[in-house]
Design a protein around this ligand. Structure first.
Ligand code: C5P
Length: 396
């Protein structure tokens, strides 16, 4: 951390008192620290403590009424190697997600070109609130990294998720951010993962049993190898957080396509592991469909093929990798997709109930390159399979 310039944003939650420890750790590790506090945060930690420990003046207002000095948010944002907002309250989170810019901390956030990391802290029910979850997803899509709140005793007396991550772990996260080795070979990789849910009415959908594990393991392996990842994920129970990850959560195939269309141009490799629903209901009922007739017919229309779109809209440097999950005539179907979708590689995943495929912890794969050469792998954990896939597609 020697010489790293860390801009610290403090918003007004009880966890703010722990920021004194965070500043101590960062300073001990050799970082330069400057702090911006929201006016409400000074109820929880004194600006004097923050400025004494950071050895820098604390910024709270756009201009200092005593000295008349202007706190330049653009200059602060340009100065910082990273902006860490800890604690991030529900209020600050909501303003960041919706573009409200009514204090210096927010103005600086909107001026940041580099990475912003947030460490939310709030009460149990607030953390679970759909609005808060939605705002966090928006920020993830905007490229902000989130250090999730941890579980335990909360200031309200409740027990559950909502505690700001401990200062030493926040410092370790920041250290990871700086340590990720960017080599000349580092790439920007787009990965699709999970199922898609195609709405029938407000409470029902057509989906599949994909857990998203394979795609998330691929993302983890790509990140560990020093790459930047844009993970576009259908609904899953999985979470992943990393400074070099942009996680975009979608529900439907059409939304997944829009996200891919937005980001594909900036990536050098696309790994399409999502189990996209082939069809969607033509019309989505606005009210819950009532049980009436003995039979009910749903008219389905074909979904866009996202992988084919990416393959058709690529330059010579961009590689595309598809997945094929097959129950019969596996090799034949996989090779057909390789040619029809014009792929660089196809990863054939043979479906064996509870052993390989959806929901399973393991997969048995064969990778075919564009000349139809096969590399066969034994049954392995999805983590190992992810490493195998990368070793082949990144080498060639
Ligand atoms: O044609 P099929 O669905 O079997 O092809 C599987 C491959 O195509 C996977 O890589 C999957 O992610 C991708 N795919 C897609 N969009 C679709 C259907 C499949 O990207 N609508």
């Amino acid at each position: 951390m020697q010489g790293k310039r860390i801009l610290l944003g403090i918003s007004g939650g009880i966890a703010a008192y722990k920021i004194a420890y965070l500043i101590r750790i960062l300073k001990k590790q050799g970082a330069e620290v400057r702090a911006i506090m929201t006016p409400a945060s000074s109820d929880f930690i004194s600006p004097l403590v923050v400025s004494t420990l950071s050895e820098n003046p604390v910024h709270m207002e756009f201009w200092n009424k005593k000295t008349g000095e202007w706190a330049n948010h653009v200059e602060l944002a340009l100065w910082a190697d990273v902006f860490i907002i800890a604690p991030t309250t529900a209020n600050t989170l909501a303003k960041m997600a919706s573009g409200i810019c009514d204090n210096l901390l927010l103005a600086t956030y909107f001026s940041m070109k580099g990475k912003t990391i947030i460490a939310p802290a709030m009460d149990l029910d607030m953390y679970q609130h759909p609005t808060v979850k939605r705002n966090m997803e928006t920020l993830l899509s905007d490229g902000v990294s989130i250090i999730p709140a941890t579980e335990g005793a909360l200031a309200s007396g409740l027990e559950g998720q909502g505690r700001m991550e401990e200062p030493e772990n926040i410092a370790a996260y920041i250290q990871d951010f700086f340590q990720v080795k960017k080599t000349a070979d580092s790439k920007r990789i787009l990965i699709t993962a999970g199922p898609t849910y195609e709405a029938i009415d407000p409470v029902r959908f057509i989906g599949n049993h994909s857990s998203g594990k394979m795609g998330y393991e691929l993302a983890t392996a790509c990140l560990a190898a020093g790459n930047d990842v844009i993970l576009i994920s259908g609904p899953t129970a999985l979470e992943l957080t990393h400074p070099n990850l942009q996680l975009i959560k979608v529900q439907t195939a059409q939304q997944m396509l829009v996200a891919v269309q937005e980001h594909w141009k900036s990536c050098e490799l696309g790994i399409f592991s999502a189990a996209v629903a082939d069809y969607r209901p033509e019309n989505v009922a606005t009210q819950k469909i009532k049980k009436q007739a003995e039979e009910h017919t749903l008219h389905l229309v074909k979904n866009p093929d996202i992988l084919t779109w990416a393959s058709q809209h690529r330059n010579e440097q961009q590689k595309v990798v598809g997945f094929a999950l097959e129950t019969n005539n596996a090799k034949e179907y996989a090779l057909d997709k390789l040619t029809r979708k014009n792929l660089d590689f196809i990863v054939l995943n043979e479906f064996v109930k509870d052993v390989s495929g959806f929901q399973a912890e393991t997969n048995k794969i064969t990778i075919f390159d564009k000349d139809k050469n096969a590399i066969e792998f034994p049954l392995k954990s999805k983590k190992e399979v992810a490493k195998d896939v990368l070793s082949v597609v990144l080498k060639n």
